[in-house]
Design a protein around this ligand. Structure first.
Ligand code: SF4
Ligand code: SF4
Length: 119
């Protein structure tokens, strides 16, 4: 009975073990795979990312650019396996996995990101 009280009193004097998210972020290893980023200016609309994705996370959607209408990837992060196959197969390397892990949401539909939101 006394042991938990003693442990709680000891913890009061200790440094916090959690970081003040989102102001402070944990340092992540180089191999960490976070949410996807797209450089719309170099995407060639080849669909390779959509075809290779094992979980059908990517769908191509219409986008209006300076050069007219194109199709580019839309990503449903709630289904992403972070396998990086889309990154590997992308010819101009415009689709990449970032170190960002702050994609929490109350509604999973908020995790569906259009190409403009991936930039
Ligand atoms: S990381 Fe893998 S699961 Fe996620 S979108 Fe790319 S290919 Fe699909
Ligand atoms: S993101 Fe890369 S793989 Fe996907 S359509 Fe654009 S150029 Fe092709």
């Amino acid at each position: 009975m006394i042991r938990p009280i003693l442990r709680a009193m000891k913890a009061l004097g200790e440094k916090r073990s959690t970081v003040e998210f989102p102001e402070k972020r944990e340092s992540l290893p180089d191999s960490y795979r976070g949410s996807l980023r797209l450089d719309m200016s170099t995407c060639i609309s080849c669909r390779a990312c959509e075809i290779i994705c094992p979980n059908k996370t990517i769908t191509m959607v219409d986008v209006l650019t300076d050069k007219g209408r194109k199709v580019m990837p839309q990503v449903g992060h709630e289904r992403c396996l972070f396998c990086a196959l889309c990154e590997e197969v992308c010819p101009p390397k415009c689709l990449t996995l970032s170190k960002d892990y702050s994609y929490e949401a109350y509604d999973k539909r908020e995790l569906l990101k259009r190409p403009e939101e991936l930039e």
